[in-house]
Design a protein around this ligand. Structure first.
Ligand SMILES: [Zn+2]
Ligand SMILES: [Zn+2]
Length: 542
């Protein structure tokens, strides 16, 4: 007879891995660390060091997401009310940045290997996209990885008419004006702006009153091109403002699942002017028409190694992406695929440096940063889930980019066409329920916002902790002491994840205890008090 563990008991037993993850999260330890090999060039000693995954979403890694949000808040606060011009110097890539780039190369290699083996590549794609965002945020802009595509010189730019806005000569300052009160006090006001997309139909409690009437097609296209509209708004703002306007902005979901924009702006303009700029801002999407379905169901273009995609019946080669754009350029009656504008609902607030309002705006701005756009819909609420599902369906056949397989549906070969593309099955981020059309960056920071990049903020925090603990930063003393390289999957001396997580927790415990001792010394408290506090801490953590 075998001993049967009742099902209910089995379900109540949490997996050891989950328990370890919970503890790690309590201590702010990354639960998906990337092992890197660190080689000490002085001693030749090789060690596995876990680099935090750097995820920005709570669903991926709560510890990294929380830390990222805190760093973003610090970055926003730092630049908002600067009193002197930031000094921007192009930095040599730091060690951290180099790891990111190496990691990127490794991930790409794994992804290619997976694809060659016919395995799913989605996890890699996601990780690569996230990493790209982090590489950009770390201040390594431009062509780090040697990937670049030549820009199309013939362009439809002539059709992007500049809106009718007053234009001022731009002063070479990024600082806003100050105002001196009669009592001599100097005020440095800034702005907090919220911009939304137009209405797609009446909404109550975040869901359409009549889903049949709600314009999902427009909502889908607006979400897909929202980041371009933001770019235009910034261009127009700078054109009108008369100074080099700097901003820190986040893209967040509204309850109706449309993206909207919160923007902290350094300096101030009259509210009426901001409204005028928002109302005059639009973006035209000059892509080929996507309103006539040419191929559908099983009647799809066929891949030919030499010619690309051809008609399944006639064998005629479909126009390539460049040919389709040329035809668009040549047609004097052509219309843009889509024109996107902001909705009338907007909010403009004046904010003073160091005020309570400023802090509240920063919290508000970063409130949902650890959640994805799609998380704004509660999957447990059938009405909200239905609304989200309709939006995903509207996005399914919408081309998300020039290389989207959906172009085949409209009789055009996608840019960089390759075999096995299928309309309705694009792997692009924008089509996914988490993103609901918006695949752009969630945090947008202008180049001269502050003197620091996110990586430098991260470095600051680490240096502060090390200094507070009286530890010396070895790497700072000799930046060439260590070399790093990614660890491949078949290297055997990497301990299991649970072991590595517990080690990191133990390290945090040591650091916490050391910090508490320092604090106690500073406050002149006794050891008894200290042990009472740490007991209380443990109580809270439980
Ligand atoms: Zn992490
Ligand atoms: Zn797509």
């Amino acid at each position: 007879m075998t001993l049967q563990v009742p099902r209910s008991v089995r379900q109540a037993m949490p997996l050891a891995r989950e328990v370890v993850e919970h503890i790690a999260i309590d201590y702010g330890v990354c639960i998906r660390p990337v092992p890197m090999r660190r080689i000490d060039t002085h001693t030749g000693k090789s060690e596995i060091i876990d680099v935090p995954c750097g995820a920005t979403l709570e669903t991926v890694c709560p510890s990294c997401a929380k830390r990222n949000r805190q760093l973003r808040m610090a970055q926003c606060r730092e630049g908002w009310h600067l009193e002197t011009e930031p000094v921007i110097t192009p930095n040599q890539p730091t060690e951290h940045q180099r790891h990111l780039v190496e990691l990127r190369a490794d991930l790409q290699a794994w992804r290619d290997a997976a694809q060659a083996a016919g395995e799913p590549t989605e996890d890699f794609d996601g990780a690569i996209t996230d990493l790209d965002a982090e590489i950009n945020a770390a201040g390594l802009r431009g062509n780090v990885l040697g990937r670049s595509t030549p820009k199309r010189t013939r362009s439809t730019r002539r059709r992007q008419d500049a809106p009718d806005l007053p234009k001022r000569k731009r002063a070479s300052t990024t600082l806003g004006r100050t105002f001196t009160a009669p009592d001599g006090k100097v005020y440095r006001p800034s702005m907090f702006i919220t911009l939304t997309l137009p209405s797609y139909g009446r909404v109550r409690d975040g869901v359409p009153v009549d889903p049949e009437e709600y314009d999902y097609a427009r909502a889908a296209r607006d979400a897909l091109h929202f980041s371009k509209l933001i770019d235009r708004f910034v261009q127009n703002l700078r054109r009108v403002a008369g100074y080099d306007v700097q901003y820190f902005a986040t893209v967040e979901p509204q309850r109706r699942l449309a993206p909207h924009l919160h923007m902290a702006i350094r300096g101030t303009l009259p509210r009426a002017v901001i409204r005028q700029i928002a109302a005059a801002t639009y973006h035209q999407v000059w892509w080929p028409a996507a309103d006539r379905v040419v191929y559908d169901g099983d009647h799809l273009p066929v891949w030919d190694e030499k010619a690309g995609y051809v008609d399944p019946d006639t064998g005629e080669v479909l126009p390539t992406w460049d040919q389709a754009l040329d035809a668009l350029d040549a047609d004097p009656d052509a219309k843009p695929l889509h024109v996107i504008r902001f909705g009338p609902q907007m909010d403009v607030q004046g904010v003073l440096a160091g005020s309570k309002d400023a802090d509240q705006c920063i919290r508000y701005l970063s409130k949902y940063l650890t959640k994805s756009i799609g998380d704004a819909a509660d999957p447990a609420d059938p009405v909200q889930a239905e609304h989200a599902a309709r939006l995903v369906e509207a996005l399914r056949y919408e081309p998300c980019s020039p290389s989207c397989p959906n172009w085949l549906r409209y009789g055009i070969q996608p840019k960089n066409a390759r075999a096995e593309m299928r309309p309705g099955c694009c792997r692009g981020k924008a089509h996914k329920p988490e993103h609901l059309g918006y695949a752009g960056r969630r945090v947008l920071v202008s180049r001269k916002w502050s003197n620091k990049t996110l990586a430098e903020h991260r470095q600051d925090r680490r240096a502060w902790v090390l200094e507070a603990l009286g530890l010396s930063e070895e790497e700072a003393a000799d930046p060439h002491r260590y070399t790093w390289r990614p660890v491949s999957r078949n290297e055997r001396d990497v301990p299991p994840l649970a072991v590595r997580l517990l080690r990191a927790v133990a390290e945090r415990q040591r650091w916490r205890a050391a910090m508490q001792r320092l604090q106690a010394r500073a406050e002149g408290r006794t050891l008894q008090d200290l042990s009472a506090t740490s007991a209380a801490d443990r109580g809270r953590a439980a």
